[in-house]
Write a protein of this length. Sequence first.
Length: 255
Amino acid sequence: MLTDPYFYAAAIPAVIILGLAKGGFAGIGILALPLMALVAPPVQAASVLLPILIVQDVVSVWAFRRSWDGSLLALLLPSAAGGIAAGFALAAYVSSAGIELAVGATSIAFALQRLWKERGATVVPPAAAAPWTGVFWGGLAGFTSQIAHAGGPPFQIYVLPKRLPRDTFIGTSAIFFAVVNWLKVPAYVALGQLTEQNLTTSAVLVPIAIASTWAGVVLVRRFPAERFYTVIYVLLVFVGAKLAWDGISGFAGAS
């Protein structure tokens, strides 16, 4: 188990952020890994977080178990599995900085466009999309989750315009990423990162993970449903900006 107090000074807020994200405030969880990477190597930080994410997935799936869209999951999950496999196979050849910059820029443009379209009191009907676009965004969500831990924005870009009921959106997201996180486990085992030290450290943080996820569930259900999507779009702008900044920093550091 890691014992450095500076590690826990970063890890505890990171786990709380993840819990709030898993509880329904989609997007903010992407801040957790960079925060932990300040005090631990990024791969180790990701390896400590993966078991925590799996535990939090159990809580969020249970909380929203009656609200999910099976047709979306049937479309998105197989392509996500393919994206994860491609990400693992191509990890040595793909620039994570390039992925982050592209996904970040796309996320900002998408979220701003939706905020503009839905400004004021305008009620925007659900947007239809061809199934192949779901295959594309689902695959990209799996790929970016494996390469850069950034699967949320591609998933949201496809699902948010459908204007699902709030709980259905959260429940569908919870199940999707619960499956995605389990599919990533073999890659982490192959990388030799699920060590006794990392797993023990994860176990120490699990009570905080569970409590923060339930807090997220309670808070999001008290949040006005009619404003939920506006908040998620705003969060997506900030998440996209964070990804784009990381991508630009990665290119700058490599030069």
